[in-house]
Design a protein around this ligand. Sequence first.
Ligand SMILES: [Zn+2]
Ligand SMILES: [Zn+2]
Length: 375
Amino acid sequence: MNVMSHEGSNPIPTHARSLVFIGLERSPPYILESSKIPLELDDGEVLLSVELATICGSDIHTLVGQRTTPNPCVLGHEGCGVVLKSCRPDVRVGDRVTWAICASCNNCQFCSLGLSNKCENLVKCGHALMKRAPLFGTYSTHIRCPKGTTIVSLPPALTPQLAAPINCALATMVNGLSKIPPVPSPGEQGASVALIQGAGMLGLYGIALLKEAGFSKVYCIDTNLQRLSMAAEFGAIPVYPDQAWPYATEPNEEVIPPDSVDVVFEVCGNKDSLPQGVRALRVGGTYVLIGLVHRDSRMNVLAQTIITKCLTLVGVHNYTGKHLEEAVKFLSLHHDSYPFSSLMGPVFPLSQFKNAVEAATSGRFFRVAINPQEK
Ligand SMILES: [Zn+2]
Ligand SMILES: [Zn+2]
């Protein structure tokens, strides 16, 4: 059923070009493939052309074997696009949008528990077998969002460069923020100091979210000096881990006293950071774990310390549609208040995917982008 069809002057092409993961036993483990765009969509589906896609750390994990990805599967999950065809009354043809990376059934026990990101019938963008969800990945000229995908319109101010990482990095941090206790108003006693471990894209979004949530002080720790200086530009107090942490920091000699921080966000993916985070937390503090989504993540922390400090440990994996809506709202309001636009590195066409991956793994850029429409 097509409740709405393409009304623009450019007809929808017959074929899409996509970067398809074909398994680690092949070299390279991906091919550029052409596939038919369906003339008709199924109920609840939306067809989009991808404006811009960005390379997230977990795409790299797939390519180096740190995470298992089914194949064949269209790679890529961060991105934004324009609606070409819609089988949903709430999604309009011609709108610029972002979409949730998790398509959920809204019917199972996890969906009803508010954990649609853990839906029993989950279909995940950039991580789905093509026969289950054809064209559900962002390294593609076109993307076909299955039924159950939250789709959110983007205002013109959110350019493709600003918008592409919303649907992974920013929405995940919005979910992380939802796990911490309410921040008291100025003058009240309570949580107002945070530590973010990792000054990558997630960490920088985290700084902005915590600042806007009312945190008076946000420390950010990283081993990469370039990233730390960007964290400072976002308003965090940079902390260098090799300066006898947590007693000395550079360049402003601020310190993080042990047992003093209300909230710690782990977004660095390094298990060795965990004892530091536990040490920094005050009694009753909250530790939000986000970045350690790989096998090398065994915790080296005394349970006794967690118990006696009455700490709360929370795991955050992806996000729900509600968090995506909040993320778009947040960036619409605050994109001018922080240097978000300086986080985007070079943009590559699909045909130069190898170069794009090299740039993404070099550590020189917060995000490297793919423009699938560029030849
Ligand atoms: Zn991601
Ligand atoms: Zn479900």
